[in-house]
Design a protein around this ligand. Structure first.
Ligand SMILES: Nc1ncnc2c1ncn2[C@@H]1O[C@H](COP(=O)(O)OP(=O)(O)OP(=O)(O)O)[C@@H](O)[C@H]1O
Ligand SMILES: [Mg+2]
Length: 212
């Protein structure tokens, strides 16, 4: 039975697909059989990314499939070690469905209050609808280079009581360029960027282990 990880947000463009691919690539590199359930039928971001990954013959291979429903994706749970749900933005009912079936629910967020407020609001909504709040993890994404902003955003999330994942995905052109080639954020051409992304990966792995 696959371990289910959900990556969701109400906002668009916060890094759901980037973090889904990061999780999938890194577990695949450790011999897990992973499928990304691409729930964004209109954009199919991970589906197109995987086409580029296959064309460029990048290893490890990751399976990606588009699904119209969470239920359809879960029918394959016995064929994989992990299913990563890459959620669509503005999709309230599916976001909740994904969160309910996931062992870890990652909420990527930027560090501005414009991003943090809706993220914590979504976490509260999920909790209100019977998602175990322990399963919810906030991930900083598209982070700039201000230490003050990082510290304030950290304090904001900590005050909310939700689990904050260590590390962050910094806003880097190299991460976009890597995506363009079908790679994930730990597979860029720059060792320091890969190492920073790896801290976030490790913290996701640790949180999954803690919760299981
Ligand atoms: N850390 C980063 N550095 C640079 N660019 C990034 C980073 N993370 C994401 N991006 C870019 O930002 C855009 C949005 O990222 P992504 O597709 O992961 O977000 P999303 O939350 O899945 O968006 P959507 O809500 O549209 O599905 C993409 O162009 C992506 O390449
Ligand atoms: Mg996306």
């Amino acid at each position: 039975m696959a371990l289910i990880v959900g990556v969701v947000s109400q906002k668009g463009g916060v890094g759901k697909s980037t973090i889904s691919r990061l999780v999938a690539c890194n577990y695949s590199a450790n011999e897990w059989l992973v499928k990304i359930a691409d729930m964004d039928l209109s954009q199919g971001t991970c589906t197109s990314w995987n086409r580029r990954r296959l064309q460029n013959e990048i290893e490890p291979k990751v399976a990606v499939e588009q699904f119209a429903s969470v239920k359809d994706a879960l029918k394959q749970a016995d064929q994989y070690d992990m299913i990563v749900f890459d959620g669509a933005p503005h999709s309230t009912s599916k976001t909740l469905e994904i969160a309910l079936v996931s062992s870890l629910v990652i909420l990527p967020t930027g560090m501005a209050l414009d991003d943090l407020e809706p993220t914590i609001k979504l976490a509260h909504e999920l909790k209100k609808h019977k998602v175990n709040p322990q399963k919810i993890a906030i991930a900083f994404s598209r982070v700039g280079n201000s230490d003050a902003e990082f510290a304030e955003a950290t304090a904001y999330v900590e005050a909310s009581g939700y689990h904050l994942l260590d590390g962050a995905l910094y806003e880097k052109t190299a991460i976009r360029r890597a995506s363009d080639e079908g790679k994930c954020a730990t597979e860029t051409s720059f060792r320091t960027i890969n190492e920073k992304a790896d801290i976030l990966v490790q913290s996701i792995v640790n949180r999954i282990d803690e919760l299981s």
